[in-house]
Design a protein around this ligand. Structure first.
Ligand code: FNR
Length: 336
C-alpha cells in the first residue's frame, strides 16, 4: 500500500496542472549599476548543519521505499554529490515497517559519502525510537519531521487525529543527537506555529509554503471520490511564510521551499532571511522528463544565474546578500 502510494505521488505530481503562486515575484530587488565586483569572486558557499557546502540549495524530501524510488534517490544523490549540496530523503516510515525498504534510502548515503549532508525524514507522530532508527539508517546529519495535515485530510486512508504532535516533536528534539528540522509539505508555516516549534527547542524550520507542489491536488488525483478543487489554493505562500518565520530570533535557521524553481526564487528567499532554499518538484521534473544530465544542466544554469543576480545586486557572498534593501509589492505587501 505504502509502496504503491510513493510511486503514485511521483506520477501524480507529474500530472498536476494547478499553478499556485509563492508570491516571490512580489519581492522587488534594486539593480546595482556599479557593483565593483569580479564575477569569478562571487562566493555562493555556506556552512549548513556544520558542513561546508557550495551552494544554498537543498534537494528536498521526496521518495524512498521501492525499486522505483531507489533509482530516483540514486540519481538525486548523484546530483547532490556532484554539486556538493545537501539532500533529504522522502519519508522513512516505510523503512521502519519493512526492513527491505531501507536499501532505497541507504543508497543516498552510499552515493554522497560521509563528507556530504544527508537528511532523514519522518512524520510528526513517529516515536523518538523510530526517529533514532530513521537517523541510523542514513547516518543522517539531521532529521526532518514533516507536518502534512492538509495532505492527510484529503487521503482516504489518511490520519484524522493530529493531537499531541508538538509534544512528540519536543520528545524527539530531546532524544536525538542530530538537529531536527520541522517542515511542511507545501502549505507553509505561520509565525505562531514557528514560535511554538521554537519554544520546544526546534532551531530549523523548512517553511515549505504554497506555490509549488500541491499535495491537495496530488492526493485528489489519487482519490477523486470527493472533489477538493476549492482547496487547491489553500496555504501560506512561501514568501509570506519566510517573512513571518524570520521574525523569530536569528538562531532559528530557515529553509525556504515551496515552488522554488529559479535562481531568482533562491536569491529572493535568502534576501528575505532564509539560509538555504529547498527544491523538490522542479528537479524531479527535469530528472524524470530528461534524465540525470538534463537535471544537472538545470543545476548548472541555476548556479550560473545565482552568481549573475548576486553580481547585479553588488553582493559578493550570501552574508552580503541578506543585507539587500528589498521592497514588498502587491499581494505579498497586503498580507504581510
Ligand atoms: C514530496 N514532499 C515530501 N515531503 C516530506 O517531508 N516527506 C515526503 O515523503 C515527501 N514526499 C514528496 C514526494 C513528491 C513526489 C514531492 C514532489 C514532494 C514535499 C517536498 O519535500 C516539499 O516540501 C514540497 O514538495 C514543496 O516543494 P516544491 O516541490 O514546490 O519544490
Amino acid at each position: 500500500m505504502r509502496k504503491a502510494r510513493k510511486k503514485e505521488h511521483v506520477e501524480n505530481y507529474l500530472r498536476t496542472s494547478f499553478k499556485g503562486d509563492n508570491l516571490l515575484s512580489d519581492v522587488y530587488l534594486p539593480h546595482n549599476a556599479l557593483p565593483e565586483l569580479n564575477f569569478n569572486d562571487i562566493d555562493t558557499s555556506l556552512v549548513f548543519l556544520g558542513k561546508k557546502i557550495d551552494y544554498p540549495i537543498l534537494i528536498n524530501a521526496m521518495t524512498g521505499g521501492s525499486e522505483f524510488s531507489e533509482e530516483i534517490n540514486r540519481d538525486l544523490s548523484n546530483i547532490a554529490k556532484d554539486f556538493n549540496i545537501p539532500m533529504a530523503v522522502g519519508s522513512e516510515t516505510i523503512a521502519l515497517e519493512e526492513k527491505e525498504a531501507e536499501k532505497s534510502f541507504r543508497v543516498v548515503r552510499d552515493t554522497i559519502g560521509d563528507e556530504g549532508i544527508v537528511i532523514g525524514n519522518i512524520g510528526g507522530l513517529s516515536s523518538p525510537e523510530d526517529a533514532k532508527i530513521a537517523i541510523d539508517i542514513l547516518r543522517a546529519d539531521a532529521l526532518q519531521i514533516h507536518l502534512n495535515v492538509a495532505q492527510e485530510l484529503v487521503m482516504d486512508e489518511g490520519d484524522r487525529d493530529f493531537k499531541g504532535v508538538l509534544k512528540n516533536i519536543e520528545s524527539i528534539v530531546n532524544s536525538v543527537e542530530v538537529p531536527v528540522i520541522v517542515k511542511e509539505v507545501g502549505f507553509g508555516i505561520s509565525y505562531d506555529v514557528a514560535k511554538k516549534l521554537y519554544d520546544v527547542g526546534v532551531r530549523h524550520v523548512d517553511v515549505s509554503g504554497y506555490g509549488g507542489t500541491n499535495f491537495i491536488e496530488i492526493e485528489n488525483l489519487r482519490n477523486p471520490s470527493m472533489d477538493f478543487t476549492e482547496l487547491y489554493s489553500w496555504g501560506i505562500p512561501t514568501a509570506a511564510s519566510i517573512i513571518q518565520v524570520r521574525k523569530l530570533p536569528d538562531d532559528l535557521s530557515i529553509i525556504a521551499s515551496g515552488g522554488i524553481r529559479t535562481s531568482m526564487d533562491i536569491i529572493k528567499s535568502i534576501v528575505l532571511g532564509a539560509d538555504i532554499a529547498g527544491i523538490s518538484g522542479e528537479i524531479l521534473s527535469y530528472l524524470v522528463h530528461g534524465g540525470i544530465l538534463n537535471a544537472k544542466e538545470y543545476m548548472d544554469n541555476t548556479i550560473y544565474k545565482l552568481k549573475v543576480i548576486m553580481l547585479l545586486l553588488g553582493k559578493k557572498d550570501l552574508k552580503e546578500l541578506r543585507e539587500v534593501d528589498y521592497k514588498l509589492t502587491g499581494k505579498l505587501r497586503e498580507i504581510i
